[in-house]
Design a binder for this molecule. Structure first.
Ligand code: ZN
Length: 480
């Protein structure tokens, strides 16, 4: 029987449950490493479904995997659930209005959908294997802190993906297609300068300004930028300016740097140069600098074999269709974009008028494009063959990490994209489980590209994730 048809009743029966799950995670809107309710909700549903839970991956309380099935290959489906700070926004609103129920946070990157879609796919695969009495295992990975925490990189370093044969994931977007872009490696590091406080006017000669050191470091890095590869990126945020009084020489100050490039090796070398600039700034100002490695993630290794399999699934399901209500809602949302934004989108789309909802992307696996974003899926892709798709969940052109993205998080279009992603992931996983040769080919490709056993974590030994203390009662405890 055609797999699309066979899975159809399952998706009809379970639709309500997974839309509710996604909406509930949207409401929790929990930040990196604080996804207490989100992780618990996923875990409980998976446990009820008969999955075997392995909690606390890499020592992280909100990281876990849930496995079902026996023997055979292991397919990982990666889920996320973390939100972003300062992004609280009412669902469905057409202007920026905070939502009291989500506190200060909001799902500005659609990870509530990402996790629910991956979970839905894992349940579909589990039931399919059971119904047909087939060997094979499916594992849902609850991956915390994608935003600024690189949860998967810590999981990868701790061996959480060992024994997996292939990994699949997806991301909500405003277009639909198999991902053929590759993401940058990155590395985040805090430079903490320590000087000497003094009265700025009475005894300036006794002071050593840590803020001066931060400023000189930033100037130094501005010069460095001129002499680094054109596809590298270096950004910073001053996280401690040393106080609010100009009359006190700042005894401490700190700056957080995010360094990116297309490869782990180039990123590491750039990092060494940025550290030299920091030491130079410390020397110039008579301060001390402490360098605290925060987190890192690897560039993405594209896997053609797996991408082809995923593209096959998407093609079999067919191009998504949108009803008038979804198109009208997307058009109304697009009215909130700035004129400049609309112009840029017309250029991007190469059209006079941008579509309300993005079309199916052309599949071009021969020419992978460089994305200037980063993702901790990169580390998984170094260890096991990995493929990802995107599905249209938002009006065409919606900016990531914007209030518009949060506002559309519970829309009919978001739910449609969620379901399509779950179907693509489930069908691809089933295809791979019943096609061991394809898995072998995917692994051979990864090894030929330098991955597999040769993977080295970009995180130095001894660096731990920036975990948050577990609350006595999960925050708000707004349980479903
Ligand atoms: Zn994201």
């Amino acid at each position: 029987m055609d797999l699309t048809k066979e899975l159809s009743p399952f998706f009809d029966e379970t639709r309500k449950r997974f839309i509710e799950l996604s909406d509930e995670i949207w409401r929790y809107a929990e930040l990196r490493y604080e996804e207490w309710d989100s992780a618990r909700h996923h875990r409980e549903l998976l446990e009820d479904e008969g999955f075997r839970i392995t909690p606390h991956l890499a020592g992280m309380p909100t990281a876990f995997h849930a496995e079902a099935g026996e023997g055979g290959p292991v397919i990982a489906i990666l889920g996320e659930f973390d939100a972003l700070p300062g992004m609280s926004q009412q669902a469905g609103a057409l202007s920026c209005i905070a939502a009291p129920e989500t506190g200060d946070n909001g799902h500005g990157c659609g990870h509530h959908l990402l996790g629910a879609g991956a979970h839905w796919a894992a349940v579909a695969v589990k039931r399919y294997l059971a119904r047909h009495g087939l060997p094979g295992r499916v594992r849902f990975y609850g991956c915390p802190a994608e935003e600024g925490g690189s949860g998967k990189t810590f999981m990868a370093k701790a061996g959480a993906f060992d024994g997996v044969d292939a990994a699949l994931s997806w991301h909500p977007d405003y277009e639909t297609g198999v991902v053929t872009t590759v993401t940058l490696a990155n590395l985040q590091v805090l430079f903490r300068f320590n000087g000497v406080a003094a009265h700025a006017a009475l005894a300036p000669h006794l002071g050593r300004s840590a803020l001066d050191a931060v400023e000189l470091m930033n100037v130094g890095v501005n010069y460095l930028r001129e002499h680094m590869p054109g596809d590298a990126r270096v950004h910073y945020a001053i996280t401690d300016s040393g106080g609010a009084s100009p009359n006190v020489v700042q005894a401490q100050a700190a700056v957080l740097y995010l360094i990116r490039s297309p490869s782990n090796e180039t990123t590491r070398r750039l990092y060494e140069r940025v550290c030299d600039v920091a030491r130079g700034a410390a020397l110039m100002t008579g301060c001390r600098v402490d360098i605290e490695f925060d987190k890192a993630c690897s560039n993405l290794v594209f896997n053609r074999v797996l991408a082809d399999a995923m593209h096959g699934s998407l093609t079999r399901i067919g191009e998504p269709r949108f009803d008038q209500h979804e198109i009208d809602a997307a058009r109304a949302l697009q009215q909130t974009f700035l004129a400049d934004e609309r112009q840029a989108l017309r250029t991007e789309a190469g059209m006079e008028e941008v579509p309300a909802i993005g079309p199916l992307l052309a599949y071009c696996p021969e020419s992978t494009r460089q994305s200037f974003a980063s993702s901790d899926v990169g580390d998984v892709s170094w260890i096991v063959p990995t493929a990802q798709c995107v599905t249209a969940c938002y009006a065409y052109g919606t900016a990531f990490h914007s209030w518009q993205m949060v506002a559309q998080g519970k829309s009919a279009l978001a739910h449609k994209g969620l379901e399509l992603a779950a179907k693509v992931l489930a069908m691809t996983a089933i295809d791979l489980l019943s096609n061991p040769q394809r898995l072998n080919d995917a692994k051979a490709e990864l090894i030929a590209k330098g991955g597999g056993p040769a993977y080295r974590s970009p995180i130095p030994d001894g660096v731990s994730p920036q975990l948050k203390p577990s609350p006595d009662s999960p925050h708000g405890h707004r349980t479903a």
